[in-house]
Design a protein. Structure first.
Length: 108
């Protein structure tokens, strides 16, 4: 079998790739009159998880601030455990926000 160059591959794929149909019925006017997609179950679950993680972040932030004001000891293990939990919750919040916006984008 001989080697093909780029032009031969391009010609081969042009011949064997189906052409996209351009339906004249689905114009922009028709597409704008169609009802909008509703939120999927995934988007609703993602919103609930987002709100729960936001509440957890808020509670942890308040607890961390209270712990720092009551006991400003940076060598105590309680401060570092609270700081790690707050950091983890904030990272989960950022990941969930990304997932939520992606599911909203897919819904519309």
């Amino acid at each position: 079998m001989k080697e093909w160059n780029d032009d031969q591959w391009r010609e081969f794929f042009d011949r064997h790739t189906p052409r996209p149909r351009h339906d004249r019925w689905f114009t922009r006017r028709v597409m704008n009159r169609l009802p909008r997609k509703r939120w999927s179950l995934e988007a609703k679950i993602s919103l609930v998880v987002l709100v729960l993680i936001l509440l957890i972040c808020t509670v942890l932030c308040i607890a961390f601030a209270h712990e720092l004001t009551a006991n400003p000891c940076w060598s105590c293990s309680g401060i570092w455990v609270m700081y790690g939990a707050l950091t983890t919750a904030c990272i989960l919040f950022a990941a969930q926000v990304t997932s939520f916006f992606r599911s909203i984008y897919d819904a519309f």
